[in-house]
Write a new protein. Structure first.
Length: 268
């Protein structure tokens, strides 16, 4: 694999992903409206009834709006990852995915380029949401917007690899749509995105255990700590480990010789 060929392929995949996203104005609008609705309505309803004690990385008591914003940022990455994976299922049915994977480049590189392109397109939307959230007095340190960038990229890659894995086991778009609903909501609600772990422990130890072991919780906490100039090494290790595991399994799943495609006769 020559460097010039690899760069050309990455540039082509990135350009295609950007054009597709920009043309889907409804997708762009929903990507911003969804977290803002949660922040403006859901958080407003819980602000007066849900008390939050001092929870790291916060140094004092915070409003619920402040707590929930990192979780909503991770939610944006999750929905974007699943939407990109849905596009991969569509490309596979239309045949363009087969054309991409027959390029004279390693399969793992093509999938990694698609994954990286999806994250590059999704992260700016998260930053736009974080800036709009300042109107709700969610104002982390200015340097936090810089420090959170690696956390957003790493979390986006992990969630994107998970979406890639899900798409590798979905044979049709109709099946994938059902899988999305079955996956997204349990992953999101059974995490620390909306409630701290100690609150979930009060509701039930089983739910708290599930949330603690949920990789999405680690992604949320990695973003939360980075946004307030702190580093959570455990969350970083979990997110990185899950990224590698999800991606490796997805690469096998997209291998027509060894993966699930071989069971379907290597169909596009």
């Amino acid at each position: 694999m020559k460097t010039s060929h690899a760069v050309r392929a990455l540039n082509g995949i990135l350009r295609r992903e950007m054009l597709r996203t920009l043309r889907q104005r409804g997708r762009l609008l929903s990507a911003m409206v969804r977290p803002l609705v949660w922040l403006a309505i859901f958080a407003a309803g819980f602000r007066s009834v849900l008390g939050l004690s001092i929870t790291p990385p916060y140094q004092t008591y915070v409003l619920y709006d402040v707590y929930v914003v990192p979780g909503l940022a991770a939610m944006m990455l999750l929905f974007h990852a699943m939407a990109s994976s849905l596009a991969m299922v569509y490309d596979r049915e239309m045949g363009s995915m087969r054309l991409l994977l027959t390029a004279p480049l390693p399969r793992w590189y093509l999938l990694a380029a698609r994954l990286l392109a999806s994250v590059i397109v999704g992260v700016p939307l998260v930053y736009l949401f974080l800036l709009v959230a300042r109107f709700w007095d969610v104002r982390p340190p200015v340097l936090g917007y810089v420090a959170v960038f690696p956390a957003l990229v790493l979390a986006g890659l992990m969630l994107g690899a998970f979406g890639l894995l899900v798409s590798s086991v979905s044979s049709q778009m109709e099946n994938f749509a059902g899988v999305m609903n079955f996956v997204i909501f349990p992953v999101f609600f059974a995490s620390t995105a909306l409630y701290p772990l100690w609150r979930l422990a009060e509701a039930g130890p089983v739910l708290a255990t599930i949330a603690a072991w949920n990789p999405f919780s680690s992604a949320v906490e990695l973003i939360r700590f980075a946004l307030y100039l702190r580093f959570d090494p455990v969350a970083a290790i979990v997110v990185l480990g899950c990224l590698i595991a999800f991606f490796l399994v997805a690469v096998i799943g997209y291998d027509p010789g060894r993966g699930l495609w071989s069971r379907r006769g290597g169909e596009g």
